[in-house]
Every structure is written in C-alpha cells, then in structure tokens.
Design a protein around this ligand. Structure first.
Ligand code: UTP
Length: 237
C-alpha cells in the first residue's frame, strides 16, 4: 500500500468499553449521542469502532465458569456479547454502517473500504476488544487508537485505594507496558484499562493510544479528531 498523502483524512480506531455503553444510567440517551458523534466522525474520515462486553459479558462468563467451561469457551461467550453490543451500536448509527457485524479484522478492513464507520465486537479467543482495536489500528495504519473507557486516564497508583494517586497526561510505551503486564494475566473476562496484546502491538507499530472517559462525549470527540483532550496519551505523535 502506498503511503497516504498529506491531505488524506486520518484513519482512527476507537475501542468503546462495554462498561461505558451500559451503566444503567441514561443508557439510551448516551448510545444515541455516541451514535451521532461516531456517524459524524465516520463521515469525515475512515473510522473503525470496537465494542466491549462489560458487565453483561462478565456475568455470562461467570455463569459458564461455574458450569465448567474451558477458557476458550468462556472467551467465545464473551465474544458473543461484544457482538451483540456492536449490533446495537451499528443499529443506532444506521446506514452506511454495515448492519451485519464483521467477525474478523480482515472483514472489518474490507467493509471500511466501502463505508465508515464500521462497528465490530470480538474476533478470536485470547484477547479483548481492545486487542481487536489494536490489530485493526495496525492493519489500517491508523493515526491513533482512542480507548473510550470508564476511567479518565492512567494513574501512577490505584486512585480508589490511594488519594495521592496522580493522573499521568503522557506515558512512554515502556512505562505503560510495564503497568499492563503487571496487572493482567490473560484470563477470560479480565478487566484492565487496556489489553496487553493490544499494548504490545501498538508499541511495536508506534501508534499512539489515547485514554479518555467514554461518557464524556466532548472529550471523546476531541481525542478522535486529534485535538487537545483531557486524559492520558501513551506514545508520542
Ligand atoms: P471485552 O472486550 O469486553 O473485555 O471482552 P473487557 O476487558 O471486559 O472490556 P470492557 O469491560 O467491556 O471494557 C469480554 C471478554 O470476551 C472475550 C474475553 O474473554 C474478554 O475478556 N473476548 C473478547 C475474546 O476472547 N476475544 C475477543 O476478540 C474479544
């Protein structure tokens, strides 16, 4: 593929956490406003969005675990829930977003050549939808990956446990990967600010990762559009 010209719009990938989509607090209004934002950003440039499974996925994974499912089977349960969320968000956005949710990165890339935004959930066992978003970002040579999550950035220590915790506006990939690897082991349904496979992939490709609170739509839009935003940035532009 030839390098994109300077005037071509930037490709952006967004990973929306399931815990952002469904909180039990004004979910319909939020999904409607998120859909409007993603429709507009998707018209201005290629935009791919992954949706997580959140609490719903964790509930079903917990049920499967009690029933003795293997880790791969539990991942497949999680993937089904993330695809359900993708279907709901794609439906809220409407055409030209494909109403059939792509099931692989390859298929999502193919769809994005025809329409934007493209919404998908999980693909394969072994990672989360953040990992899918990172794989997509690498494939698409994206300018950045925006992680719309339920926290407002990366802290130097756990802010729930320690009031002295400070949010970091910027981190190097080395610092961030150390944090991710210390906090995750790769089990189904595990939850950290970003997936470790995804962090490794983005670091290798030198694609910046922007972490923002997903319910703060003004800030989310700023991050998607490459404007100054409130949150944490990993890697330099
Ligand atoms: P999520 O992407 O929702 O993970 O996938 P998460 O960390 O819980 O994210 P939030 O809370 O939505 O932000 C849910 C589970 O589905 C499986 C994994 O078990 C994951 O933990 N999954 C998802 C896969 O195995 N492969 C995928 O591509 C996506």
């Amino acid at each position: 593929m030839a390098p994109r010209s300077r005037s071509a719009p930037e490709t952006v990938v967004v990973s929306v956490g399931g815990s952002v989509l469904l909180t039990g607090d004004h979910d319909v209004e939020y999904v409607r406003r998120l859909a409007t934002l993603l429709r507009a950003c998707g018209q201005d440039g290629p935009l791919a969005v992954t949706t997580g499974g959140g609490r719903t996925a964790r509930e079903y994974i917990g049920l499967g675990r009690e029933l003795g499912f293997t880790e791969v089977e539990l991942d497949e349960v999680g993937i089904d829930v993330t695809r359900l969320h993708a279907r709901v968000l794609a439906g809220a956005i409407g055409p030209p977003t494909p109403d059939r949710v792509p099931t692989s990165v390859r298929e999502a890339v193919h769809e994005l050549h025809r329409a934007s935004p493209v919404i998908l959930g999980g693909t394969e066992p072994g990672h989360t939808t953040d990992g899918v978003a990172a794989l997509l970002a690498v494939r698409l040579r994206a300018a950045r990956l925006v992680n719309a999550t339920d926290v407002d950035g990366v802290y130097d220590r756990d802010p729930r446990a320690d009031p002295r915790a400070r949010r970091r506006a910027t981190l190097s990939w080395k610092e961030f990967r150390t944090l991710v690897h210390a906090s995750t082991s790769g089990e189904a349904g595990q939850n950290f600010v970003f997936d470790r496979l995804g962090a490794d992939l983005l670091a290798r490709a030198q694609i910046p990762l922007l972490i923002v609170r997903g319910r703060d739509l003004r800030n989310l839009e700023a991050a998607i559009r490459g404007r100054p935003f409130d949150g944490s940035r990993i890697g330099s532009e």
